[in-house]
Design a protein around this ligand. Structure first.
Ligand SMILES: [Zn+2]
Length: 129
């Protein structure tokens, strides 16, 4: 009979992040507020409609801020978080090696017309390591 010992392994359990729910709730609050204000324009006037729109924006801001705080706390604690922290962030783009222009196509450069070579096309047997 084959014997084996139990080895503890770590696996990732995916759950719904509360910051995602807060983002969704913020959108719902904003949508409901704008819908209510468009109804108020016809029924009770422009002033209350503007106040309702402003209140919906403040609710949206509050919910988004709560989601941002949760993201920052999770990031500082080294935990995974859903979405991204607002503000500036870095994005990787491809640029031409000949003229330095940003590439929109993966076949040729719009700036100088150079044909682009795929980096893995030079040595196709190298991907084995
Ligand atoms: Zn170029």
């Amino acid at each position: 009979m084959v014997t084996a010992s139990a080895i503890p392994k770590r696996r990732r359990i995916n759950g719904i992040a509360i910051e995602s729910i807060l983002d969704f709730a913020a959108l719902m609050v904003l949508f409901l507020g704008v819908a209510a204000s468009t109804w108020m324009i016809m029924s009770s006037g422009l002033y209350s409609a503007a106040l309702t729109t402003f209140g919906a924006f403040l609710n949206w801001l509050l919910f988004r801020s709560l989601a941002e705080i949760i993201r920052l706390l999770k990031r500082n604690g080294g935990l995974d978080y859903a979405g991204r922290v607002s503000g500036s962030y870095f994005d990787d783009i491809l640029s031409c090696g000949n003229c330095g222009a940003m590439l929109r196509s993966d076949a040729f450069c719009d700036g100088c017309g150079a044909r682009l070579i795929k980096p893995d096309a030079d040595n196709p047997n190298d991907d084995d390591g």
